[in-house]
Design a binder for this molecule. Structure first.
Ligand code: WQD
Length: 321
């Protein structure tokens, strides 16, 4: 049993990580400022400390309780916004993460699992993308994630803080038991937008580009179920505590699904037509992005359980009923 501080544990991915940790018998404390995280996502079995990672005193106070590991998922994650308002990302993502590393060093907390992103790679030069792929982010959000990975590497060298950076591909789905109910507000990603269109929150949605060099002309992505992501965090913590050296790991399924295929699958699951219009390409979108997660499979013994896109979409649709 490990004592784990989950920073950002009231958010979409964080709440799934908390559930997975509790199910594996670990003790959990959530630290969250509830800016995008929601109280409805908290679990009774986990402690909750409200606070902001930019409040160094408050963060130090909580860190001084003593933890075997930290999971850090407290970040801004809207790619478009990061280009328009980089200061927000410098502050929340960079400064906030540095505060976490500094308070960990001060309080002798020795392990961290960090929520990184496929955005560190930029435009793929080959597929599937493995961890040896060059890192050249094309947006400020991706740059912040890459810099934090580098800071963690220095804190490993200088302070012996071991880390696992998990580079998520496209996170989708919800807890299959329905234990996590907080829907993201103002969602920016494909599947929540499909859901909003199906439920009439939006009159129609756009498919960004239909002339890509792919099997149906629309972009292909590697959609990974959030509960599978969550399992990888638990394994990473357990391996770090058992002495595994620091590592950077991709998390994806290795399977690609096109935008059209996602919409068709949602239509099958929901049983209605989605009102779609075909629009121009969105700047910065690669045609295909697929992960090689062989390293995570090897080092963590991790295996994604969700392989069928209809099943994944069903777990999101359950929230609407
Ligand atoms: C998926 C596909 C769109 C909306 C982003 C970030 C990445 C990571 C996850 C994390 C693309 C298409 C979308 C719509 C559409 N960030 N699309 N109509 O861009 O692959 O990845 O989120 O924190 O860093 O870049 O995800 O869900 O925005 O798009 O056609 O209304 O759906 O063009 O091909 P993306 P997404």
């Amino acid at each position: 049993m490990a004592r784990v501080l989950v920073i950002g544990g009231a958010g979409y991915i964080g709440s799934h990580v908390v559930k997975a940790l509790l199910q594996s018998g670990h003790r959990v404390c959530v630290f969250d400022n509830l800016s995008t995280g929601q109280k409805i996502n908290l679990f009774d079995m986990a402690d909750f400390e409200e606070g902001d990672i930019l409040d160094y005193t408050r963060l130090s106070e909580v860190m001084s309780q003593g933890f075997d590991a930290v999971v850090h998922l407290a970040a801004k994650k809207a790619v478009g916004e990061s280009m328009e308002n980089p200061n927000k990302y410098s502050l929340n993502n960079i400064q906030g993460s540095l505060n976490i590393l500094m308070t960990m060093a001060d309080n002798n907390v020795k392990n961290i699992v960090f929520s990184s992103s496929a955005a560190v790679y930029g435009m793929p030069e080959y597929l599937p993308v493995d961890e040896k792929h060059p890192v050249k982010p094309i947006n400020y959000y991706g740059f912040t994630k890459l810099e934090i990975e580098k800071f963690m590497d220095w804190y490993d060298t200088l302070k012996g803080i071991k880390y696992v950076a998990l580079r998520y591909f496209n996170a989708v789905g919800y807890d299959a038991d329905g234990d996590i109910k907080g829907k993201e507000k103002n969602p920016q990603n494909l599947l929540p937008i499909i859901m909003e269109t199906a439920t009439g929150v939006r009159a129609e949605m756009s498919v960004f580009g239909s002339d890509y060099d792919t099997r149906d002309g629309t972009c292909i992505r590697d959609y990974i179920h959030v509960s599978d992501l969550a399992t990888a965090h638990v394994l990473a913590i357990e391996k770090l505590i058992a002495g595994m050296p620091s590592a950077v790991l991709n998390l994806g399924t290795g399977e690609g699904t096109s935008v059209k295929e996602m919409i068709e699958a949602a239509e099958r699951v929901i049983g209605t037509k989605i009102n779609v219009k075909y629009a121009d390409r969105r700047p910065g979108d690669p045609a295909v992005l697929i992960a090689s997660s062989d390293k995570a499979r090897e080092l963590l013994g991790w295996e994604p359980k969700y392989t069928n896109i209809d099943d994944i979409i069903q777990t999101t649709w359950n929230l609407e009923r």
